[in-house]
Design a protein around this ligand. Structure first.
Ligand SMILES: [Zn+2]
Length: 359
């Protein structure tokens, strides 16, 4: 028994994008969710262009439904914690069989048997309805957050890095007096949606944040960064000579940017690698760079995804931002499109931060 749905699908890992009527078999799960908003990100565009080679279809399907950033509305629930009309955010990564998956941390899956909605072995949320287990759904506390809650999935990555920062910070004192980060410096490589979310969270923590890119950005984009409390620098022109950073986050995946970060780290600094770009050209790391990493006690840590706990922290953070200034968090969503508008997967609009599809 199935039901006809509208869905945005791709032929993973080869790419392409189509809006299709699909006859979806009834999935397992005690909650039926009507999709309200889905966010479009670089991963979706990578899958559509065929450059994300790890993308895979769900077993038994000849397509992959895209979409991992989602807000939906509960239509039918067999679980008392969620009722009809509740807005929910799905946890996009599903556990496999390893120990880390068993304890609810498929973001640390140790054998690759996890599934990631819209990316890897599981159909995503860019379809009119989906069915899900209630333990993979997080209730949005306030219906007025329903649009900005689409930022929960990208923001949960930041919340995981914040946890890692406090863990790695135990190597020595990395904080300012009072265990705050007040006056400490953070460098963010990139000016995309993840970079903006990192900037804003680090500003909230008390860091002096500089977000950099290798080209200038538009006035509107620059204003958004400044509104978060960070500064923008075009580092193709201003190398930030004489400045060192206690924390850096690379969202570009570009080896030359990572080497730049290493050369900018302060003593005991922590560098997080978050961006990926398998097609970026090689860039030489020197003996002097290694010397710096060793002699300055620099920690370099990769981080991907996040656990349910980070989705929850992200939603609380979005709520906090919304209470402080609803317009500034709303302004991160720069376009709301229709499912028919497939060009959003092929082109990045000038000044785009986050494009959202309304279902
Ligand atoms: Zn696993």
């Amino acid at each position: 028994v199935g039901v006809n749905l509208k869905a945005i699908v791709t032929d993973a890992p080869h790419g392409g994008v189509w809006l299709r009527e699909i006859n979806e078999p009834v999935e397992h799960g005690d909650v039926l969710v009507q999709t309200v908003y889905t966010g479009v990100c670089g991963t979706d565009r990578g899958i559509v262009s065929g450059s994300l080679e790890f993308a895979r279809k769900q077993e038994g399907f000849d397509y992959l439904v895209l979409g991992h950033e989602c807000v939906g509305r509960v239509v039918e629930s067999r679980n008392s914690s969620l009722k009809e009309g509740d807005f929910v955010v799905p946890v996009a990564t599903m556990p496999g069989g390893c120990m880390n998956c068993h304890i609810g941390r498929p973001d640390y899956c140790s054998d690759g048997d996890f599934r990631a909605a819209g990316v890897y072995r599981k159909n995503g949320y860019m379809r009119s309805y989906f069915r899900e287990d209630s333990d993979h759904l997080i209730r949005v506390p306030d219906p007025s957050l329903s649009l900005i809650a689409v930022l929960t999935e990208p923001l949960k990555n930041v919340m995981k890095v914040v946890d890692l920062l406090s863990l790695l910070g135990y190597r020595c004192i990395t904080t300012a007096p009072g265990s705050t980060y007040s006056g400490k410096r953070a460098l963010i490589i990139g000016t995309g949606p993840e970079a903006l979310l990192f900037s804003r969270v680090f500003c909230d923590m008390g860091f002096h944040v500089i977000a950099v890119n290798r080209h200038d950005i538009g006035e509107k984009h620059r204003k958004l960064i400044e509104k978060s409390g960070a500064f923008f620098v075009d580092y193709s022109r201003d190398k930030l000579d004489g400045m060192e950073f206690d924390v850096a986050v690379d969202t570009s995946g570009d080896p030359s940017a990572v080497v730049y970060c290493i050369r900018k780290m302060a003593r005991n600094g922590i560098l997080f690698l978050f961006g990926t770009n398998g097609r970026a050209p090689a860039y030489g790391i020197t003996g002097t760079d290694i010397d710096r990493v060793v002699e300055y006690n620099i920690a370099i840590a990769g981080s991907v995804d996040g656990g349910r706990v980070h989705y929850e922290k992200a939603l609380r953070k979005l709520h906090e931002w919304y209470m402080q200034d609803r317009d500034s968090v709303r302004s991160l969503i720069t376009a709301i499109r229709k499912p028919e508008d497939l060009d959003v997967f092929r082109f990045k609009e000038e000044g785009e931060i986050k494009s959202v599809i309304e279902w």
